[in-house]
Design a protein around this ligand. Structure first.
Ligand SMILES: *Cc1c(COP(=O)(O)O)cnc(C)c1O
Length: 413
């Protein structure tokens, strides 16, 4: 008996329905939305899906855990405003992001500022704004102390811990071993001894072990270990822990064979930790900070086909945008081996006529590849190609000036 080998496939992108021929985005057929936007390429973020994602998380996570949005995933001001109205806090990673978060109406009491290499001016801005600074380096402490003195308000600080473990199976590791992030766990007792005399308002710890993880058990393990480590460090703290940020790392399925993260075990694990914290750290709020999990699946990138070519039997759909707007779909944003994102032809999504084709962008480099030999609806010049899972690390993480094509627009719909 010959066994047909099953190739891994993409998780169905059922968050965007198909009616007739077309993909429906924010309640509208894609061609109508494109007419409303007025030009391609563009990113579209679906408001209903963003709301649904927050509601889904709230239904699984314990009420006591604060949900923060890490806005580097998608800093579009309209998206940040919407998120700020739904989550408990915003995490920023630069003074520029801080400005957007405050403009969006985020409560400074619930904003935290992480990131290596904070400039003195940025630290001073954070103190003036009254946000929590997640300290990444001992160098930041005297700068914050000087700003506190000058402004007459003690800087609110949490210490970012570089833990002595890693988040297993993570796309990007951001803790454990030698890292530019945080202060090594073993150096922290000494730092905590001095912090009380510096005129700073110490509030707690920040741990962020990694990103893009699809394994619930790895995330639970990292949360447990983070909690244990914070508890050991708390013995050296000058005052009670008010704030314990256990990080995030929740991933979304991008590539064939990847499956959505199971939230239930994570919810159960956090309920257990909330229960323990009630006894161990009675004043502490537990926080998780999520970027791509909140916004990634609600966004698409849309680009129009300007040419259809056949080269030695292979079909190429040449689109009006590519890696200049969407670096990660080309495989050049942290991937080791390029794999295809889920892609369709949004104006022909309901068509049964399909063929193997490659979608490329207009840049003069073979790296500008949106889909490599995928089975797609048969498409013509004028059709709209859609890249799913594009709500995070899209426009703002791409080299828009490379090759001088027009920048893309963004809509929240
Ligand atoms: C990037 C980052 C996040 C968001 O990561 P996602 O994978 O988008 O969830 C959260 N916290 C910190 C400290 C980060 O650097």
């Amino acid at each position: 008996m010959t066994e047909a080998k099953k190739l891994p496939v993409h998780t169905p992108m059922s968050q965007f329905p198909v009616e007739g021929d077309e993909l429906i985005v924010g309640g509208q057929p894609l061609s109508r939305l494109a007419a409303r936007v007025g030009s391609t390429p563009f990113y579209a973020y679906d408001r209903g899906l963003l709301k649904a994602r927050v509601a889904q998380l709230r239904s699984v996570l314990p009420r006591e855990v604060k949900l923060h949005y890490a806005m580097k995933a998608n800093p579009m001001p309209a998206v940040v405003s919407l998120m700020a109205s739904m989550v408990d806090g915003i995490d920023v990673a630069s003074a520029g992001e801080l400005q957007v978060a405050l403009d969006a109406g985020a409560d400074p009491a619930e904003v935290s500022f992480a990131g290596p290499g904070k400039r003195d001016a940025e630290l001073r801005q954070a103190v003036a704004a009254g946000v929590l600074v997640n300290v990444e380096s001992e160098r930041e402490l005297p700068v914050l102390a000087a700003a506190s003195q000058a402004l007459g308000v003690p800087a609110r600080v949490a210490l970012r811990v570089n833990p002595d473990f890693e988040l297993k199976g993570s796309g990007m590791k951001m803790g454990g071993g030698a890292k530019q992030f945080g202060i090594d766990a073993e150096s922290l007792p000494e730092v905590l001894r001095h912090i009380a005399s510096m005129g700073l308002a110490f509030e707690g710890f920040h741990l962020f072990a990694g990103s893009q993880n699809l394994r619930a058990e790895s995330i639970c393990e990292a949360q447990q270990k983070s909690y244990e480590l914070a508890l050991r460090l708390a013995e050296h703290a000058p005052s009670a822990i008010k704030f314990l940020n256990l990080g995030g790392g929740f991933g979304i399925p991008y590539f064939p064979g990847e499956h959505p993260l199971e939230l239930e075990p994570i919810g159960a694990n956090l309920r257990y930790l909330v229960e323990r914290a009630r006894g161990d750290l009675p004043q502490a709020h537990l926080v998780i900070e999520l970027g791509r999990y909140l916004v990634g699946e609600a966004g698409i990138y849309v680009t129009r086909i300007v040419d259809r070519k056949v080269s030695r039997g292979q079909v190429f759909l040449v689109a009006d945008g590519g890696l200049n707007h969407h670096l990660s779909v080309s495989g050049n944003f942290g991937q080791v081996i390029r794999k295809n994102y889920p892609v369709t032809v949004g104006t022909k999504a309901g068509h049964s006529a399909r063929e193997i084709s490659s979608v490329v962008g207009p840049l003069c480099t073979p790296l500008d590849l949106l889909a490599d030999k995928m089975e797609l609806p048969v498409a013509e010049v004028g059709d709209l190609v859609v890249v799913f899972q594009s709500g995070a690390y899209g426009r703002s993480a791409s080299p828009q000036d490379f090759l001088g094509h027009p920048h893309c627009t963004e809509v929240l719909t």
